[in-house]
Design a protein around this ligand. Structure first.
Ligand SMILES: [Zn+2]
Length: 551
């Protein structure tokens, strides 16, 4: 007979409303056999009592419904963000607080590259930059040329939708005053500034640097780095929400997930936009891959994308548009193309996650999905809008009617909350950005996310954002959109599990489910809600096996 292990804990928060708390959980064959007190779990027969968590609080393993594995693989490139950031090894990269600091850092990296024998033709690729923190002074070729006159430089913005390059890189990519691509920003004199918005404009650069930097495929070290970050944050299930799923991408995923020591379940979503495949071919590809699903690796999600980024001014907004007067954003996928492709993936039985940042994009997605569902009804489809940052009450009510879920970008409230109030959408709409309370009032199943590496992976921090809605300057953005700690914990467990079609096997501590736990040093339901983000994570348990964090 299989062995049974009983974990004793200071408290077990089950997220199962029929039995909200417990003190013991029995695990057999990687699954939860019984939850309750010692007397109750004893009834299942002989067991081994494990007291290592006797002073800890257990929760269901946390679920990140929108992140990217690159969170673990970005650290081979220099980080140029405004906020301090911790890498998988625990090293903290200090934030850069002015354009001058960014330029100095670039200059230093260029020198290091020279000293280590890296010829000036080797591009410097960096990430995490966002000019919006410098009063939205846009970076241009002039800034970067000062730091690096010779070496081609590519600076990916934190939002992943924009980049800045220098003159050497523009030359290499063949981008000139004559280039007519939407998103290639130009000075008044017609010369390109070096800011490139969205995939079409970035493509000439990406083609030249090839599979380098941001576009380098995940490797084994990056996968291990991701698993380490997930453990440190209590995450047992995570998505990779844009993946080409080429044969080598799948090999890397399958090699990592085949190991008993890989501590996180993964759900990669197929990149079904800007021309990876036609929709017919793409949906057949994903369906074929699903035959290779294991308990740790699940194919079957599809990612589509409609617009860009709000803080990059490339999201599509309804009236009255951007607060600072910027022109409306970019359709990454034309609305008519979106509807055609969505229909094909939907008819193939797949679950589609659609990126919509601006409210015009969310409305276009809902319009299209309602028409597709009218033509081809499908129960329990779990289609989800990702980000949905400006969805209002009326759109949420339509989403509830169409059976759509939402995964809101709660981390934005902290990372860009002040900029949204002052620059992008103004105080009124900023107060209902990532409107968690409105989503729940409308009955829309809801998750919240980090979009790591756009912001750091950490569901407890994400929950803190949704509960407190505070910004770095001390503003509270929309008090009436705050949710309770209980609701936020639901969003980072069962809420996310629902959007991934996994709520039957994970997301709560309940008999029959996988024994995936997040192990905390304190009780999130009894600390002051403003301290929620400060609770230390001991680590995780996956399929009954403990994994300690490395911090
Ligand atoms: Zn994303």
């Amino acid at each position: 007979m299989s062995k049974t292990t009983v974990y004793a804990a200071r408290k077990i928060i089950t997220l199962n409303p029929m039995q909200p708390t417990a003190s013991h959980v029995a695990v057999r064959d990687g699954r939860i056999l019984s939850v309750g007190n010692l007397e109750q779990v004893k009834a299942w027969g002989s067991f081994e009592l494990d007291n290592r968590f006797a002073d800890h609080v257990l929760m269901p393993g946390l679920i990140e419904g929108h992140c990217h594995l690159k969170e673990g693989g970005m650290w081979s490139m220099p980080y140029l963000g405004w906020f301090d950031r911790r890498d998988p090894n625990g090293k903290v990269w200090p934030g850069l607080r002015s354009m001058q600091e960014v330029i100095e850092r670039l200059h230093a990296i260029d020198r290091e590259m020279q000293l280590s024998g890296c010829g000036s033709d080797i591009p410097l690729v960096a990430w995490g930059f966002d000019p919006i923190y410098f009063d939205n002074e846009r970076m241009t070729v002039q800034h970067i040329d000062r730091a690096c006159p010779d070496r081609p430089v590519v600076i990916a913005h934190a939002n992943g939708h924009l980049m800045n390059v220098n003159t050497a890189m523009l030359r290499l990519a063949g981008i000139t005053r004559a280039t007519e691509i939407e998103g290639v920003i130009k000075f008044e004199n017609g010369e390109p500034t070096g800011e490139l918005q969205e995939p079409a404009a970035m493509f000439p650069v990406v083609r030249r640097i090839g599979n380098a930097g941001l576009l380098a495929p995940m490797d084994d070290a990056g996968m291990a780095g991701f698993a380490a970050i997930a453990r440190n944050q209590g995450v047992t299930t995570a998505t990779d929400l844009v993946n080409r799923l080429s044969e080598s991408d799948c090999d890397t995923l399958e090699r990592a997930c085949a190991s008993e020591d890989f501590s996180v379940r993964l759900l990669p979503a197929f990149q079904a936009f800007h021309g990876t495949h036609g929709a017919q071919e793409g949906s057949a590809h994903v369906r074929n891959l699903m035959a290779r699903n294991t308990d740790r690796l699940r194919y079957g999600l599809v990612k589509m994308m409609l617009d860009g980024s709000i803080q990059g001014f490339s999201a599509r907004l309804r009236w009255p548009g951007y607060f600072n007067g910027a022109s409306n954003g970019i359709w990454v996928t034309e609305p008519s193309q979106f509807e055609r492709d969505f229909e094909v993936y939907h008819n193939a039985g797949l679950t589609i996650h659609t990126h919509t940042n601006g409210d015009e994009a969310s409305e276009v997605a809902i319009d299209a999905i309602e028409r597709v569902l009218a033509r081809h009804p499908r129960p329990n489809h779990r289609h989800t809008l990702q980000h949905g940052q400006l969805i209002d009450a009326a759109l949420f009510r339509r989403m509830a009617g169409a059976g759509l879920s939402v995964n809101l970008f709660a981390n934005h409230l902290w990372y860009w909350g002040d900029q949204h109030a002052e620059l992008t959408v103004g105080p009124d709409r900023a107060a209902r950005m990532n409107a968690c309370a409105s989503a729940l009032r409308a009955g829309v199943p809801m998750a919240i996310h980090s979009d790591a590496p756009v912001t750091p992976l950490g569901p407890l921090f994400t929950a803190w954002c949704a509960v407190n809605r505070v910004t770095p300057s001390g503003r509270v953005l929309g008090e009436s959109e705050r949710i309770s700690v209980e609701q936020a914990l639901h969003a980072i467990t069962l809420g996310a599990a629902w959007t991934l079609g996994l709520d039957q096997e994970t997301g709560s501590i309940d008999c029959g489910k996988r024994a995936d736990f997040c192990v905390l040093e304190d009780d999130p339901l009894s600390v002051d809600p403003i301290k929620l983000k400060d609770i230390k994570v001991w680590g995780t348990v996956l399929s009954g096996k403990p994994f300690a964090a490395n911090q």
